[in-house]
Design a protein around this ligand. Structure first.
Ligand SMILES: [Zn+2]
Length: 324
């Protein structure tokens, strides 16, 4: 169920494929158990609900890093005439003293619950789970499969994607043919601000074991960024930003865990790769140890990943154990 405006791209929501060519790669989330977060809760007299709603709207909602859109904010309490209310997450306020301070000036009486309430951080993928989680944890609001909505919100310039993938494929093939390179991996980093494309091949044969194509490209972006910051300092402009903020990264082969992690740190927006690396890759759930580094709740940031599943781009083969 997709309520928002339909994306003009052809999207197979069941298979998670865009335009028959781009397979969305994410950690398998058919798990029936939700990831839970702690929430501060209070009990109020039902007559205070108007003041409460104003308070939540004005003082809490916008600031909370946890979205409550999939949760009912209020439910009937066991006490007749009273309501139990989710106020804010522990991500927003961790200490009780800070919570008391937040509540110090509210215009209604309330009773703070002794224990926090645990709620699913995200809505479930099916209506059946929605019913189960609502009964087990806290009443939810069914808004359709969250991933359908995510897919529907994506924008892709398919011509641009094909042209960059064509470029890295040609460079990879020519490396394999002309230099007899054992690791003909090529990546392209596209700057969202000016559209500049940086192409980088693997550099391990010249020495450093860490010179994977993604690492070298990040280093090049860093050098350019350093120059930009020096110039910005001179004109006293803003200097601080993440290195590859919102970059699109294209790479011939699925990145290894070092590169995938470096892409997390650089805050890229999207990575599109062509060839899976079953042993050394770290994005597909069935690659390597199945970390899905770009979509891992234990890490503080994520990026989108897609694999090109058309047969347009034929790449030289690489030993499956080689990290790319
Ligand atoms: Zn790598």
């Amino acid at each position: 169920m997709v309520k928002k405006k339909q994306n003009p791209l052809k999207i197979d929501f069941e298979k998670c494929v865009i335009e028959d060519k781009l397979l969305q790669i994410r950690k398998e989330t058919d798990s029936t158990e939700p990831y839970l977060v702690k929430v501060w809760a209070i009990e109020i007299n039902a007559r205070s609900s108007k003041a409460l709603i104003e308070f939540l709207r004005d003082d809490v909602q916008e600031k909370d890093p946890v979205s409550f859109l999939h949760l009912k904010r209020i439910k009937k309490s066991h006490r007749s005439g009273y309501l139990t209310v989710l106020v804010c997450s522990f991500e927003l306020i961790n200490e009780e003293v800070d919570f008391d301070e937040l509540m110090a000036n509210v215009k209604f009486d309330y009773l703070k619950l002794d224990e926090p309430i645990w709620v699913p951080i995200q809505g479930p993928g099916t209506k059946k789970l929605f019913m189960e989680w609502s009964a087990k944890y806290w009443p939810l609001i069914w808004r359709g499969n969250p991933n359908d909505q995510e897919l529907n919100s994506y924008t892709f310039d398919m011509d641009k994607i094909k042209s960059v993938l064509q470029n890295i494929t040609e460079k990879s093939r020519s490396l394999a043919a002309n230099n007899h390179s054992k690791i003909p991996v090529v990546s392209a980093f596209v700057n969202p601000v000016d559209g500049e494309e940086i192409y980088m091949s693997d550099g391990r044969e010249d020495g450093s074991e860490l010179s994977h194509s993604c690492m070298r490209a990040i280093r090049q972006v860093a050098e350019q960024e350093q120059e930009r910051r020096e110039n910005a300092l001179k004109t006293s402009g803003e200097t601080e930003t993440y290195l590859c903020l919102n970059f699109d990264v294209y790479t011939t082969h699925e990145p290894c865990s070092m590169c995938a992690m470096a892409l997390i740190h650089s805050r890229i927006k999207r990575c599109i790769f062509i060839e899976s690396m079953g042993k050394s890759g770290s994005l597909r759930p069935d690659s390597g140890d199945g970390y899905c580094i770009h979509d891992n709740r234990r890490l503080n940031s994520k990026y989108e990943v897609f694999q090109w599943i058309g047969d347009e781009f034929e790449l030289p083969e690489i030993e499956p154990r080689v990290c790319c």
